[in-house]
Design a protein around this ligand. Structure first.
Ligand SMILES: CC(=O)SCCNC(=O)CCNC(=O)[C@H](O)C(C)(C)COP(=O)(O)OP(=O)(O)OC[C@H]1O[C@@H](n2cnc3c(N)ncnc32)[C@H](O)[C@@H]1OP(=O)(O)O
Ligand SMILES: CC(C)C(=O)C(=O)O
Length: 562
């Protein structure tokens, strides 16, 4: 980088629009969507798509619900020409879908374009020529009049050829390419001249597409340019005002949204933002942004992974894991406080169906994603995430203080390995830490008898591997069992719930105990029989205490809160 960028780069001069209206507008309905994946997206690939890939992507775009699809620049290559022919000859274009093709303002190219479109039921012919000053000066060595004349020449040629093929319903689209970099008065002059030459009517509109061929400035600047044109263009009621934002500054989605607020009615872009350089505007993000505001985009992304799969295979470009709405990680929280909030939000889901889960702007299930990945655990995670996975994947609903105790064990592992701890890892650790604590005391069976206002228990145990029978008396089975153990155990907390349902259901018990003057410690037991589960839990807690005391293990003591 250079020390004085102001000597090398000039700030963009925005159009003057002090009474702009777009900031108060709201997006309440979807625009007309036009996918240019097969044209602008395709021209930007290292290896452009072959006909088979184009057919596959075309079918996917139709299935998503696009009604206008720019399928090719047919005069540019035999592949593109052949592709258009296959679509028409094989009758592959549904009745409610219109194909679009692009051409420069050159007679040979326009003639070839019409050749490609022979027999189409309806087609949009899209003419472009660059109009901004640097392109006029550097690329075309032409003045304003010559550039306008080039646009008019192409328009008239297309009119002639369209009139010569009346069996097709022709729609004309004109793009003053490099509009975003052009002087507004000149853009207006060219567009008005073109629309006058074409002669659109409210019943037979033409499309005026105002591209941010190169994104030049902040999105509000583009919105001002669009509103200015929207307010000044002649024959406005006979024109569909379209936008075509590129993403050079990374703000194409914002620019498109503000431009729609400013009066645009139609958007051209690509799936997942493929396209020249940094890409065209990402139509998936735009559509799902609308959806998240309660506006149905009329595009179907209910199996977004399938759409991604087709796009990746056809373009050869991977979708980034953080890509909005579709990336592998976008519905995943690793950090503790986010996980805590998501878990609470998921637990409190509302009966009226209104989505209100913190940190998740839309329900992953609406896009065909499962909830499996919304919480993943690493060293940034906390008790909320760990207990969510245990609950979601294995059914254990840990009491809060046990969550705290156990998440410390997980933290030690994730800190030591520096890696993700999966749901299976967590269950494995949980099992080892609580369910498999059978030394020195292991449970084999029990009998309970009531009478004389109390309970007597006789329990079959293993003590350091040796079978042993102990018995005791108390106010209830747990009390009696503690007495039978002969250990100074005080029961602090007890919770239970069913694990699974039906014939396979088991009970899980969580007990928090203090043995002698030791720190409070949790134990967990699972059994088909609820009393057996509780006895196993007590043994788990006592064994963990003894192990800690003996220094053979270092389980973290529980502390209230953190
Ligand atoms: C912003 C966009 O994305 S626009 C779409 C751009 N897409 C593409 O470029 C992909 C398809 N294009 C192609 O395959 C080729 O460029 C073709 C087949 C169209 C033309 O190829 P060639 O005839 O070899 O020309 P090449 O691309 O080198 O040409 C540029 C010439 O076209 C002229 N030109 C560029 N745009 C236009 C236009 N819209 N209308 C008329 N002439 C134009 C240039 O001034 C230049 O003329 P010159 O040779 O007299 O200096
Ligand atoms: C042809 C036009 C619309 C284009 O692709 C652009 O300006 O980016």
């Amino acid at each position: 980088m250079i020390a004085h960028p102001e000597r090398k780069y000039r700030a963009f001069q925005p159009v003057a629009l002090p009474d702009r209206r777009w900031p108060d507008a709201r997006l309440t309905h979807p625009p007309v969507w036009m996918s240019t994946d097969l044209r602008d997206g395709n021209q930007a690939l290292i290896e452009p798509m072959n006909v088979e890939k184009k057919l596959r992507l075309f079918d996917a775009l139709v299935a998503i619900g696009f009604k206008e699809i720019e399928v090719a620049f047919p005069s540019a290559s035999q592949t593109d020409f052949d592709f258009v022919r296959r679509l028409i000859d094989e009758n592959r274009i549904p009745g409610d879908v219109t194909i679009e093709v692009l051409t420069q303002s050159r007679e040979d190219l326009i003639a070839r374009t019409f050749e490609a479109l022979q027999g189409a039921r309806r087609a949009i012919v899209h003419l472009y020529n660059p109009i901004a000053e640097p392109w006029r000066r550097l690329v075309f060595h032409a003045g304003r009049d010559e550039v306008k004349a080039l646009a008019l020449k192409g328009t008239r040629l297309i009119r002639q050829m369209a009139d010569a093929h009346p069996d097709t319903e022709w729609v004309f689209e004109y793009s003053p390419e490099t509009f975003s970099a052009a002087e507004p008065d000149f853009a207006l002059e060219v567009v008005d001249a073109v629309s006058e030459a074409w002669g659109p009517t409210p019943d037979a509109k033409m499309i005026v597409n105002l591209p941010a061929t190169v994104e030049m400035a902040t999105p509000n600047t583009y919105a001002d340019q669009i509103e200015w044109m929207h307010r000044h263009m002649a024959r406005r009621d006979a024109i569909v005002l379209s936008i075509h934002p590129h993403n050079d500054r990374g703000t194409a989605v914002a620019a498109a949204e503000l431009a729609l607020m400013a009066g645009a009615e139609r958007v051209e872009g690509c799936l997942f933002g493929n396209g020249e350089r940094t890409g065209n505007v990402d139509l998936v993000t735009l559509a799902l942004n609308l959806y998240s505001q309660g506006v149905h985009p009329r595009l179907d992304f209910s199996d977004i992974d399938a759409v991604r799969h087709v796009a990746e295979e056809c373009t050869g470009l991977p979708v980034h894991p953080r890509h909005p709405y579709v990336g592998d990680l976008v519905f995943t929280a690793f950090s503790g406080s986010h996980q805590d909030a998501i878990k609470k939000g998921m637990d409190a889901r509302r009966d009226d169906g209104v989505w209100e889960v913190p940190y998740l702007p839309i329900d992953p299930a609406d896009l065909g994603r499962s909830y499996d990945a919304i919480i993943r655990v690493n060293s940034q995670s906390g008790k909320g995430g760990v207990s969510y996975l245990l609950q979601h994947e294995h059914g254990f609903e840990l009491p809060r203080r046990l969550q705290i105790e156990f998440s410390r064990a997980i933290q030690r592992v994730s800190d030591a390995t520096g890696s993700e701890v999966t749901g299976d890892d967590i269950f494995h650790l949980f099992s080892g830490e609580y369910l498999e604590q059978t030394e020195p005391y292991g449970y084999r069976g029990h009998r309970v008898a009531s009478g004389d206002g109390g309970v007597t228990i006789e329990a079959e145990l293993t003590v350091s591997g040796q079978p042993s029978t102990v018995s005791g008396r108390g106010s209830g089975p747990l009390d009696a069992f503690v007495a039978a153990l002969g250990q100074p155990v005080a029961l602090i907390d007890y919770q239970e719930h069913a694990l699974g349902s039906g014939a396979a259901a088991r009970a899980v018990c969580y007990v928090e105990v203090r043995v002698a003057n030791g720190a409070p410690r949790w134990g967990v037991g699972v059994d088909r029989d609820i009393v057996a589960a509780a006895l196993r839990a007590i043994l788990s807690a006592v064994n963990r205490h003894l192990a800690a005391e003996a220094g053979r293990q270092q389980p973290a003591p529980a502390q209230a809160g953190r």
